[in-house]
Design a protein around this ligand. Structure first.
Ligand code: ADP
Ligand code: ADP
Length: 238
């Protein structure tokens, strides 16, 4: 379970807070889409959950363990259950698909573990399976820079699967993709959610996509939650 209480963030030099006290609980196995206009605080909310952005105040707990207020070593350990995907993928474009997927081991590994650990046979096997899962096994030896956007996001998802996360966060994971590819990637994330019981929280700016895939929608405006419910009752002016 993800528990957020009083989460607040104001960037230096800004007159308005990006998050003005967010209270939110996400139950295990939910798929939640965060919607709102540009500047509403969606990205800040997603990033404050795993402290890629440091909140000013408030608490975040995942499975009863606090992420806020813990020192870096402990944070790193607790983040292992939390995978993240991004709008621009954050892959290493000059490296092969397989190497990028293998690098997902690092997220699940203590810092002191030697680099070789990432290339152990069992990790290679896991990387092969993750690539199979996202339908890219045939591209394992290609460099990421040769792939399309949709393929890149699949590589990023395979990398995150190496971490065996229980919570998947997505910061506009389909916003740089064309509508058809965006729909496919979101459909694929929804499938992982259904089949593996993965809890998913992602922000989207496409209301139609959110309606199609997210049973629960959080509407943000001015850093506050202005809607929380099923897509059916959502008005398109969100
Ligand atoms: P959204 O994802 O909904 O577009 P953001 O969370 O990116 O919203 O931004 C919320 C508010 O915080 C906006 O007013 C934005 O300009 C501001 N903001 C976001 N990131 C920064 C930053 N790094 N520095 C200063 N202000 C920021
Ligand atoms: P995007 O546009 O793809 O959503 P941005 O370029 O706005 O992402 O932001 C990149 C931020 O994400 C950087 O501040 C960086 O610290 C962080 N970041 C990049 N790659 C990773 C990663 N693999 N894991 C965690 N954080 C990352």
């Amino acid at each position: 379970m993800l528990e957020i209480q009083g989460l607040t963030k104001q960037y230096p030099g800004e007159s308005e807070p990006a998050l003005a006290g967010i209270d939110l609980t996400v139950r295990p196995g939910e798929l939640v889409a965060v919607l709102g206009r540009s500047g509403a605080g969606k990205s800040t909310l997603i990033r404050c959950i795993n402290r890629l952005v440091e909140p000013d105040a408030g608490k975040v707990r995942w499975n009863g363990r606090e992420l806020t207020g813990v020192p870096p070593g402990l944070l790193r350990e607790r983040r292992r259950e939390i995978g993240m995907i991004f709008q621009h993928f954050h892959l290493l474009p000059r490296l092969t698909v397989k190497m990028n997927v293998l690098s997902g081991r690092f997220a699940a590994m203590p810092l002191w573990r030697p680099l070789f650990g990432a290339f152990a046979p069992e990790h290679r096997k896991a990387a092969g399976e993750a690539l199979q899962r996202v339908g890219l096994a045939h591209l394992a030896s290609r460099r990421v820079e040769e792939l399309s956007g949709g393929q890149r996001q699949r590589v990023a998802i395979a990398r995150v699967l190496m971490q065996q996360p229980e919570l998947l966060l997505g910061d506009e994971p389909v916003s740089s993709l064309d509508p058809v590819t965006a729909d496919r990637i979101l459909g694929f994330i929804a499938e992982l959610h259904r089949e593996q019981g993965l809890t998913v929280v992602l922000n989207l700016h496409d209301v139609a996509l959110a309606r199609r895939y997210a049973p629960r929608i959080i509407g943000l405006s001015g850093g506050r939650i202005v809607y929380d419910g099923p897509p059916g009752e959502l008005n398109d002016e969100a």
